[in-house]
Design a protein around this ligand. Structure first.
Ligand code: ADP
Ligand code: MG
Ligand code: MG
Length: 205
């Protein structure tokens, strides 16, 4: 199983479609424990990404990831824009000059993304943020390496996203609600779940 520029583009395309369809759902999640813009932020940002990358040629994965990250950074405000932008930008050096990579290398790239996310947002696992999906999913990818089964990845993303419901928010806007944040899925965990499920979809195909 390999990951390459066409697969990466396909991944972002599937992800964007999902975000556009679920825009109102993501917004509803954010209305419950935030300011109600997560669906809008993600829909605007990823549509911009698609407009930019769709009909352009990329020599390697590094250039593509950098462009995705920069586009998100410049088009998406709030907490999620800098975080998702950082995730793509931090992954890009691992792909330097590579048109195609193994799943183990992809896991390393996501691990660099995760480190970037944690440095930027200072959130720990259990704080009810996107980290609650990213950390277990990336750890699993690192452990499984080239024997990763995409369906297991998708299931873990789903399970960890659902588990944010029972957590009390310690970071981001939801933290202002304290215990009242319990009982709601974290919006960024939901969009991150889409990101990894779309990836699983492409790796399966
Ligand atoms: P904003 O909260 O600025 O309106 P969004 O609504 O787009 O931005 O994104 C909110 C999501 O960002 C949260 O659901 C959470 O997953 C994520 N988030 C917020 N703060 C942090 C943080 N410090 N570290 C990691 N993720 C965070
Ligand atoms: Mg918001
Ligand atoms: Mg906002």
């Amino acid at each position: 199983m390999e990951f390459d520029v066409p697969k990466a583009k396909h991944w972002i395309k599937i992800l964007n479609s999902k975000i556009q369809v679920q825009k109102n759902y993501l917004t509803d999640l954010d209305l419950a424990i935030g300011d109600g813009d997560h669906g809008l932020n993600m829909a605007r940002g990823f549509q911009e990404v698609i407009n930019k990358i769709e009909n352009k040629e990329y020599p390697d994965l590094s250039t593509l990831f950098k462009e995705i990250g920069m586009t998100i950074l410049s088009k998406v405000g709030g907490a999620s824009g800098p975080l998702y932008g950082t995730a793509f930008i931090k992954a890009s050096p691992i792909f330097q000059n590579k048109e195609s990579i193994t799943i183990s290398e992809l896991a390393q790239a996501f691990n660099a993304s995760l480190e970037g996310l944690k440095l930027r947002g200072r959130a720990q696992i259990g704080d009810k943020t996107m980290i609650d999906v990213w950390e277990p999913v990336v750890t699993f990818m690192m452990e499984q390496g080239d024997s990763l089964r995409p369906n297991d990845l998708a299931q873990l993303a789903e399970k960890t996203k659902e588990a944010t419901k029972n957590l009390e928010a310690k970071k981001g806007r939801a933290a202002y609600l304290g215990k009242r944040s319990i009982g709601h899925i974290d919006p960024g965990a939901a969009s991150s779940c889409y990101l990894f499920k779309a990836l699983a979809n492409v790796l399966e195909g």
